[in-house]
Design a protein around this ligand. Structure first.
Ligand code: GCU
Length: 430
């Protein structure tokens, strides 16, 4: 196990603008693969065409897209994230706090427990909802997938302590003692007029190998033994996000039909997968999602599939089948541009960091370019041919920004995210 990993991640994600170099991470496990960070050594590859069906037929019209979309979704389920069970489940929403004064009076705060079982040991999703105090009508919502239990998110009184996970010992602890590996300043989004629903990913499933036993997966399907196409932790986090959306769609204080899902890093992968599957998400914002997320796997730069599934690392995030592509990612029948295409025509914003070589920001940019024909087919814009300067937003509907910095979510990223949401979610399209 790499017990120092949470510390390293904390330094990366919580750090200020200064980028923390990534190579230390790539040396933490034995790997025959030397991490490539040299553009000249990326190698050649051909991406599968998102607009050619499995039978080889070109997809020429928007009407032909939904069936191609289903094919791509099945490829992503079977080979990467695993199949999300369609088992019936029971949900109960307990709104136990309503309209408390939050953020020093800037918001109306509600807290909701989402339960799936009466068993006291079953997972409970704790939703922390802040609605701008002076919203004249139900505002759009940002569903923020958080590394922190809600009690740590803002540090204001009255938030349920709940529980969290110590990622070093794998023990359940009180919420305020959980291992924090990232932070999103949700107050900045509330100040921009957005409702924010924040949820701790560990409520859905704790993030360690074996965490499956403590999360939602056993509620829906036998957790062991895992078949090749069974879902992993990212699938579970995405499923949990959809359950929060189920709730938001019932809450009259917010406009749940305009919900953007936001997550960084591994939660960027989860946000992308949630948005790819669940078309009720109106916008998708994966930040520094990297390998297994928005970055192309066929490009040998930074982290590889082999790194993700290396012993002691993150195979449990994915379907067991994903390992089969570690030796040669060109055998994976899809690549990240097709994950991005699954979000089309809904707005999708990729945020990444110029010095975050581990997550390959260029690989995300190239994926966005390769997904752009799908956005265009569906009457949207996508990204331009030229990559813009660092810090500049490129594209519309499908857009990318590479911030000047590393593996982190910066304050100015949140500003830009709000700008793009203003244009995409408030501009009267929905
Ligand atoms: C590791 C992992 C990445 C992941 C990141 C994170 O670096 O290799 O794939 O995105 O952790 O979640 O911060």
């Amino acid at each position: 196990m790499h017990s120092s990993l949470p510390t390293v991640l904390a330094a990366m994600l919580l750090g200020a603008a200064a980028a923390t170099p990534m190579p230390a991470l790539s040396q933490e496990w034995p790997s025959p693969h030397v991490t490539n960070t040299d553009e000249a050594k990326v190698g050649t590859y051909v991406l599968p065409d998102p607009l050619i069906s499995a039978r080889g037929a070109p997809v020429r019209t928007a009407r032909q897209w939904p069936s191609r979309r289903r094919e791509i979704l099945a490829l992503a389920q079977d080979n990467q994230f695993g199949r999300t069970p369609t088992t019936a489940f029971r949900t109960r929403f307990e709104v136990w706090e309503r309209d408390a004064a939050g953020l020093g009076g800037q918001s109306r705060r509600s807290q909701i427990r989402i339960r799936f079982s009466d068993d006291p040991g079953a997972p409970v999703l704790h939703v922390l909802l802040h609605v701008p105090a002076h919203a004249s009508r139900p505002p759009p919502v940002v569903l923020s997938l958080s590394f922190e239990p809600n009690i740590m998110t803002l540090g204001e009184p009255g938030v349920e302590e709940a529980t969290g996970w110590d990622l070093r010992t794998h023990q359940k602890v009180v919420g305020s003692k959980a291992t924090p590996i990232g932070h999103v300043d949700i107050a900045a989004l509330v100040r921009r007029g957005y409702a924010v629903a924040s949820i701790y990913y560990g409520d859905i499933e704790p993030d360690f190998d074996g965490g499956v036993a403590f999360g939602v997966r056993p509620l829906l399907a036998a957790a062991a033994p895992r078949g090749p196409h069974d879902w992993g932790a990212i699938g579970a986090w995405a499923w949990g996000a959809s359950r929060v959306l189920d709730y938001l769609l019932t809450d009259p204080e917010v406009d749940g039909r305009r919900t953007a899902i936001l997550g960084a890093s591994r939660l960027g992968k989860a946000a992308l997968w949630a948005g790819a599957q669940d078309e009720r998400f109106a916008m998708v914002i994966p930040v520094i999602s990297g390998e297994g997320g928005a970055a192309l796997s066929r490009r040998d730069f930074g982290e590889t599939i082999g790194d993700l599934v290396a012993p002691g690392r993150y195979a449990y995030w994915f379907a067991p089948r994903y390992k089969d592509f570690a030796a040669d990612p060109r055998t994976l029948p899809l690549d990240s541009h097709m994950l991005l295409a699954l979000v089309a025509p809904r707005p999708l914003l990729l945020v990444n960091g110029s010095s975050d070589t581990w997550s390959d920001p260029t690989g995300e940019w190239l994926a966005a370019q390769a997904a752009t024909p799908v956005y265009r087919l569906l009457g949207r814009k996508g990204v331009p041919a030229q990559r813009p300067a660092i810090g500049e937003l490129a594209g519309k509907d499908l857009a990318v920004v590479t911030h000047d910095g590393g593996h982190t979510l910066l304050a100015r990223d949140l500003d830009l995210i709000a700008d793009v949401m203003d244009a995409e979610l408030r501009a009267g399209r929905k």
